[in-house]
Design a protein around this ligand. Structure first.
Ligand code: SAM
Ligand code: SF4
Ligand code: F3S
Length: 443
């Protein structure tokens, strides 16, 4: 680190974010902490005196992207002396050693537990000129205050409902990077939502790796939804991610009955073979999952349901794969995120042979994605001629004369409109539909 650089030069920052909504929310929190210290956010890493890379390690590709980006930053100091580079998030939390080997020029290494100390850690790095490493015990609960959050959107806000995960699916590293489940106190969440509404937000998305296993003082997730639904001025509530094993009828009834809770569920199934599901430690069978979809659809007709799939899990046979492909056809998800299995050191599955060659994983992935594209388009095309309620989020990238918004099922809708519509709920008649976007006309 360049000790001669005066503090005054550290005045702009840029945060690069990889990974899930938890990381998005953490980056917003870090941004708020830096704003409060008088730093200014800039649009590119080249203009920044401090660059933070908020990392993800859920798959090897995500880890490589973050490390590659960090490695490419090493020369930046020639053009911007005194520049500081920080590594935050799940890679930092999982193991600081890998970070330091891969990114020897890192000035700050901050794990998921120590995010809220970013301000003091930055001061320490500046005043001592030494590298600062803060990687706390992953099981230490962390409660972040939200007063200073610098949010990415003006209309919709991410709100953490619970931290961590207790499930230890055999493929997944998240419990090692985010620790055990801890639910935030219900009144604190409701207070945060009230503050957001006062600031003009109309939609909140409640976050947790298994948000539906929320528990606080006898309250469960449906009680939380009910309390948030009662906040005056709020228009929409979303939540992510729901584990299929924790979806009692009480929760489905709450979603059906509470007017602000959107009619959409992200229910990651991962696989359709019972043998694979058992080895993944998911605690449900293909039939349990199909039964859950039927329970959702009977209570909430038209509910949008999405999923995650992993292809090429260790020892996944052709028959196992066909069970997943068959489930895809039976489930008829609105959309699916599908991934090739990626062994993650420290997980149970990584102790088994990664037996499916990449070519085969890719073939299975592409078969699923190709078929899902057709199903998604069919489901969306069935909406042509109907009217959907859209929360208008902004101007479309395609044209200034077009607005873009989302349905209650989280489908993107493009239609002719004016910027005054932003933040409003408008009725849009669907005139055309692709697999990922609806097109329509307001009114
Ligand atoms: N908590 C959620 C759940 O239980 O389904 C998902 C969390 S994870 C951040 C998001 C998705 O990444 C998972 O649903 C899974 O499909 C995928 N994933 C996790 N570990 C993976 C691995 N080792 N290889 C490939 N995909 C993985
Ligand atoms: Fe990972 Fe499973 Fe926890 Fe989801 S439920 S975060 S997939 S361990
Ligand atoms: Fe990635 Fe961490 Fe989220 S590993 S998916 S950023 S919890």
């Amino acid at each position: 680190m360049d000790k001669s650089t005066p503090t005054i030069q550290r005045r702009t920052y840029h945060i690069v974010t990889y990974g899930c909504q938890m990381n998005d929310n953490d980056s917003e929190i870090m941004s708020g902490i830096l704003d409060a210290r008088g730093l200014t956010r800039v649009a590119t890493e080249q203009e920044a005196d401090l660059v933070l890379v908020n990392t993800c390690v859920v798959r090897e590709g995500a880890e490589e992207r973050a490390v590659g980006r960090l490695a490419g930053m090493s020369t930046d100091r020639k053009t911007r002396p005194g520049k500081l580079i920080g590594v935050t998030g799940c890679l930092a939390q999982r193991d600081g050693d890998t970070v330091l080997k891969a990114v020897p020029h890192a000035d700050l290494v901050v794990g998921t537990r120590d995010l809220f100390r970013l301000g003091e850690l930055l001061d320490q790095a500046i005043t001592t000129g030494e590298r600062v490493i803060a990687i706390g015990d992953v099981d230490k609960p962390v409660f972040l205050r939200d007063e200073t959050v610098h949010r990415k959107h003006d209309i919709k806000a991410l709100v953490t409902a619970m931290y961590g995960c207790n499930n230890f699916c055999t493929f997944c590293i998240v419990p090692k990077t985010r620790g055990r489940e801890v639910s935030r106190p219900l009144p604190e969440i409701v207070d945060e939502v009230r503050r957001l509404v006062r600031m003009g937000y109309v939609e909140v998305q409640l976050l947790g790796q298994n948000v539906n296993s929320y528990r606080w003082n006898g309250a469960d997730f449906s009680d939380l939804l009910e309390a948030v639904n009662a906040v005056d001025g709020l228009r929409r509530i979303r939540f992510i991610t729901s584990h299929p094993k924790d979806c009692p009828d009480k929760l489905l009834d709450a979603v059906a009955q509470l007017d602000k809770v959107c009619d959409s569920f992200h229910l990651p199934v991962q696989a359709g073979s019972n043998r694979v599901l058992r080895r993944m430690k998911r605690f449900y069978t293909k039939d349990d999952y199909l039964d859950l979809l039927a329970r959702v659809r009977s209570r909430i007709p038209g509910a949008a349901i999405t999923t995650d799939l992993i292809l090429g899990f260790p020892d996944e046979t052709e028959e196992d794969f066909e069970a997943t492909y068959d489930l895809l056809n039976q489930a008829r998800w609105d959309s699916a995120f599908a991934f090739m299995y990626s062994p993650r050191e420290g997980t149970k599955a990584a102790t088994w042979r990664d037996s499916i060659p990449d070519e085969q994983k890719k073939h299975r992935l592409q078969r699923c994605l190709g078929r899902q594209e057709v199903i998604s388009a069919e489901i969306n095309q069935a909406l042509i001629g109907s009217s959907v309620e859209v929360l208008v989020e902004g101007v479309s990238k395609r044209s200034e004369l077009e607005m873009v918004g989302r349905t209650t099922g989280d489908k993107s809708v493009v239609f002719a409109g004016i910027p005054e519509m932003i933040g409003q709920l408008v009725q849009v008649r669907v005139t055309d539909a692709h697999a990922h976007t609806l097109f329509g006309a307001a009114g």
